[in-house]
Design a protein around this ligand. Structure first.
Ligand code: GDP
Ligand code: MG
Length: 207
């Protein structure tokens, strides 16, 4: 098995209205640059290895187009991911009002039963704020989401937002593994007990 195959793998998707800065956030996270990009057509995928508290994780990132005409196609990708970054523009009320419908879509199409979500208020560098930090945070709490405010332009808190989500996914994955291991133990113990019994019965046990 190659080093890369041994890595823990997660996939996340960025959702939110057109123009809120999803592609710029991915670019800022992946390349530390703020580029004016071509508009996203349907979906795009990038992948990189990130360090999460000393563990290397391969993170696949799906970028989506926010336009209505791409929404049904985008929904196919909700089934693949364990995490979602739901993005709005802190200077645009409409992008905040759309959050409910993005969450409805996500709920309808996701297959991961423990989907980790982070609400991301982007463009904190702009002076046109209309959604206060408090309002954003309250929405996130109400919908059991993590919360961050970012500027893709200044690369403020971008990495923190991604890592906050990856840490949460890691926590859930570890808890699931622990649960599965614990479920395996009684069976294993029974098998060992049965083996010991057999050995004792046949007089071959030296203990
Ligand atoms: P998407 O449609 O959600 O992928 O949005 P884009 O990433 O294509 O960005 C849409 C527009 O918002 C572009 O003109 C970007 O330059 C701008 N933009 C993205 N992030 C920021 C940010 O953090 N601050 C500011 N001021 N503009 C941003
Ligand atoms: Mg885009």
């Amino acid at each position: 098995m190659s080093q890369d195959e041994k890595l823990r793998k997660f996939e996340v998707i960025l959702l939110g209205d057109n123009h809120v800065g999803k592609s710029c956030l991915i670019n800022a996270f992946n390349t530390l640059k703020f580029n004016i990009l071509e508009p996203t057509i349907n979906v795009g995928f990038t992948s990189k290895v990130v360090d999460v508290d000393g563990s290397a994780v391969r993170l696949g990132i799906w970028d989506t187009a926010g336009q209505e005409r791409f929404r049904s196609m985008t929904a196919n990708y909700y089934r693949r991911v364990q995490g979602t970054l739901l993005v709005y523009d802190i200077g645009e009320r409409k992008s905040f009002s759309s959050l409910d419908s993005w969450l409805d879509d996500l709920d309808r199409y996701r297959t991961c039963d423990k989907m980790c979500k982070i609400l991301v208020g982007n463009k904190t560098d702009s002076s046109a704020r209309v959604i206060s930090t408090d309002e954003g945070r309250r929405f996130a709490t109400r919908h059991q989401m993590l919360f961050a405010e970012t500027s893709a332009k200044n690369n403020t808190c971008v990495k923190d937002a991604f890592l906050l989500l990856v840490r949460e996914m890691m926590k859930i994955a570890l808890a699931k593994e622990k649960e599965e291991n614990e479920m395996d133990i009684p069976e294993m113990k029974l098998e060992i007990d049965a083996d010991l019994g057999k050995q004792k019965a046949s007089g071959s046990c030296s203990c």
